[in-house]
Ligand binder design. Structure first.
Ligand code: HEC
Ligand code: HEC
Length: 368
């Protein structure tokens, strides 16, 4: 008989440490230059697979409750089916600075797991030193979207990844592919996964396959909805009622993603000297001027600051802006009006949004 008490005790301690870490995160100081150290729990435990097609990677679900995911199974494109080996390869590439022009900036240079796949900055400098004009978005549930970037100009995740690779980390894909292929530990993985060498196409496919697994679900709120008692506070319950009712948030942030590939002008460009045209650049429709994608609010508490311009430093300020109807821009969505919420109600919506934070395991991969 295997004694399971010890692993369970380790798990409980590790989980409590993570929760304490997580609670303190928002008040923590500057962003650490190295990513969060790995949690060993995921490696020693056998993850419980969630329902989905056979090609889906096994994902850890909440071990205490054994609840299944609140999100539908991920649909991987026919020309880029997922395998555990491909996902593992994509994860290594995501954190490898050799993918960049300078050799010093990885994809995660702006998309850190422990900051909700962002970097905590209002605007992030690129590999070539230029400052981005839009805030780095979270990559949680990015595989469920149908249009990528704040203005939705990318129509496939693979296309988006290729564009980010060139624009954000200043890569010449052909040149980087030969650098990657020259690393024996990569060459052997590309052979196994794709039956060929590292190329711009296979690198992009591995990265995209990995990003289809960076999902946030099975949060305390999901477990509450599935009938588990005592996992969320009364404030979170009151906050959800406001979110779905008086505050009118669900009109745009609907479950299960609490936001997805829809575009609205919420007035943030109002009064700026050179307003960002947003979605208008893609559709050339005046109705889309300065409209931006509705972000998913799953795990939103991790990824301050907020909005496409990074203008809201805290979650409460973002909620307050949304609930007060926003700046008086003539192109602003009619769905955004002053809801007359009290400070307590703003706080309660915050408590609800914090209950949407998932606690999935993530460990830093070793790169060859
Ligand atoms: C220098 C910072 C930076 C780096 C490094 C970076 N990104 Fe991003 N990423 C951004 C910004 C900023 C945006 C939003 C740009 C926009 O909408 O115009 C973005 C958007 C994205 C999106 C779209 C998210 C959405 O919701 O539509 C994906 C996916 C993504 N990046 C993946 C990657 C990958 C893969 C890499 C490495 C090849 C990478 N990023 C490197 C800053 C960065
Ligand atoms: C008209 C549709 C609409 C309504 C109604 C709406 N939102 Fe939003 N929300 C958006 C869009 C679009 C954005 C991103 C816009 C941007 O950055 O320009 C956004 C951004 C946010 C963000 C920032 C997320 C991030 O990652 O940057 C939060 C938080 C948020 N909304 C919460 C709320 C709350 C709470 C309510 C209800 C009081 C609400 N929203 C109502 C469309 C809406």
């Amino acid at each position: 008989m295997i004694d399971i008490r010890y692993p369970i005790a380790v798990l409980i301690v590790a989980t409590s440490l993570w929760i304490v870490y997580d609670r303190n995160r928002e008040t923590a100081g500057p962003i650490p230059s190295s990513p969060r150290p790995s949690t060993t729990v995921a490696q020693t435990d056998t993850p419980v697979p969630i329902a989905g097609p056979p090609s889906m990677p096994a994902q850890a679900i909440d071990r205490a409750t054994q609840r299944a995911s609140a999100l539908p199974p991920m649909a991987h494109p026919d020309d880029n089916p997922a395998t555990p080996e491909k996902i593992a390869l994509g994860k290594q590439l995501f954190v490898d600075p050799r993918l960049s022009g300078s050799g010093t900036m990885a994809c995660q240079g702006c998309h850190y797991r422990h900051l909700g796949w962002t970097d905590g900055k209002a605007l992030s400098p690129k590999d070539n030193g230029d400052l981005n004009t839009r805030h780095t978005p979270s990559l949680y549930n990015v595989g469920y979207q149908t249009a990528w970037y704040w203005d939705g100009r990318a129509t496939s995740l693979e296309g988006q990844v290729l564009a980010a690779w060139k624009a954000q980390i200043n890569a010449d894909p052909e040149q980087v592919a030969s650098i990657v292929q020259a690393v024996p530990g990569y060459a052997v993985q590309f052979e196994t996964v794709f039956g060929g060498p590292a190329t711009p196409e296979t690198i992009v496919k591995a990265l995209a396959a990995y990003l289809r697994t960076t999902n946030s679900d099975n949060s305390p709120w999901d477990r509450h909805e599935m009938g588990e008692a005592g996992v969320v506070t009364p404030d979170a319950i009151a906050g959800q009622a406001l979110f779905a009712g008086k505050a009118g948030c669900v009109a745009c942030h609907a479950p299960p993603y609490y936001g997805n590939s829809t575009f609205y002008n919420i007035g943030l460009e109002h009064g700026k000297e050179t307003p960002d045209p947003g979605r208008f650049n893609v559709t050339k429709d005046e109705a889309d001027r300065s409209a931006f994608k509705t972000p998913s609010l799953r795990s939103v508490a991790l990824s301050a600051p907020y909005f496409h311009d990074g203008s809201a430093p805290t979650l409460e300020l973002a909620i307050r802006y949304m609930a007060s109807g926003g700046n008086p821009d003539p192109k602003k969505s009619d769905l955004l009006v002053d809801r007359g919420l009290t400070d307590t109600e703003i706080f309660q919506i915050g408590a609800f949004l914090r209950s949407l934070t998932s606690r999935e395991d993530w460990d830093m991969p070793e790169i060859p």
